[in-house]
Design a protein around this ligand. Structure first.
Ligand code: 13P
Length: 287
């Protein structure tokens, strides 16, 4: 059964570790993340962006797939199915379809509007017992080949959003989605510390987990980060595993073209990446 992310994140915050959010793209991805969580006795959050939801034929398809896999593979660790960077409309659709956790990303609105819309979301999600992630200070990233620097969130704005009763808060601290450029300045621990001091027990979320050096991840966790989002790194691992298989000509040997064989190396690569992250984040045996 899917659960809200509230309990697992409050436990992570208190225990000074982080739960990984791994974004999913298809059945193989979902199966790889869920099996790895079970094998490592770790809580896990499955992230689904609106684009990925469209690709996988909508929220209902995803809820059905995730519930089916969990039942069939006897997944008993806590699993939250979370809308990643949801719009207001997307959040309503995901809630209706049975997602157990919602991110409403109002970071691109002026702060007053972000507060107003997040307030409504707090009401809607708490009525259904779902967890809610809000965001202050947008996360940078690559768009049309241009890498935008991540914003640094204002600590007082973070406090204002945290006080609305959200479950977890994503704050921009110089983090970026996708690969980090060579001239990246690193995470702003000064900003993180200021946000952490003002928001107290609120679990903080670090987006753009791909490519952040291990020491920075550990320091971020020590300063109150309890959820870390990873997407691109699994995509890179999947692509590399698949490329090696094809470059070695294995799809041309026997029945090597069978998708169950062709996609196996990429599947194993996702599993290895997720395991590595769970160990780094400290969520192994915390289910
Ligand atoms: P990466 O793709 O950089 O790992 O970021 C994932 C993320 O933050 C999803 O919200």
């Amino acid at each position: 059964m899917l659960v809200s992310a509230k309990e697992m994140l409050n436990k992570a915050k208190a225990g000074k570790y982080a739960v990984g959010q791994f974004n999913i793209n298809n059945l193989e991805w979902t199966k790889a993340v869920l099996l790895t969580a079970q094998e490592n006795n770790s809580p896990v959050i499955l992230g689904v962006s609106e684009g990925a939801a469209k690709y996988m034929c909508g929220y209902k398809t995803i809820v059905g797939m995730v519930n089916g896999i969990m039942e069939e593979l006897k997944i008993t660790v806590p699993v939250a199915l979370h809308l990643d960077h949801g719009s207001y409309e997307g959040a309503l659709k995901a809630m209706e379809a049975g997602f157990s956790s919602i991110m409403f990303d109002g970071s691109h609105y002026p702060i007053d509007e972000n507060i107003a819309k997040t307030t409504e979301m707090v009401k809607l999600t708490s009525e259904k017992g779902l967890s809610l992630e809000a965001e202050v200070g947008s996360i940078g990233g690559e768009e049309d080949g241009v890498v935008g620097a991540g914003e640094i969130a204002d600590a007082n704005e973070c406090k204002a959003i945290a006080d609305l009763g959200v479950t977890m808060l994503a704050a921009g601290i110089g983090n970026i989605h996708g690969k980090y450029p060579a001239n990246w300045k690193g995470l702003s621990f000064e900003a993180l510390e200021a946000i952490s001091n003002l928001t107290g027990d609120m679990p903080l979320v670090l987006h753009g987990g791909t490519g952040i050096p291990e020491d920075m991840i550990q320091r971020a966790i020590s300063l109150g980060v309890s959820k870390i989002n990873v997407n691109t790194e699994c995509q890179l691992a999947f692509a590399e595993g698949t490329r090696k298989y094809i470059e070695a000509g294995k799809d041309l040997e026997g029945k090597g073209f069978d998708p169950r064989k062709l996609l196996a190396p990429g599947f194993e690569a996702i599993k290895a990446t997720v395991k590595e992250k769970m160990e780094l984040f400290g969520s192994v045996n915390k289910a």
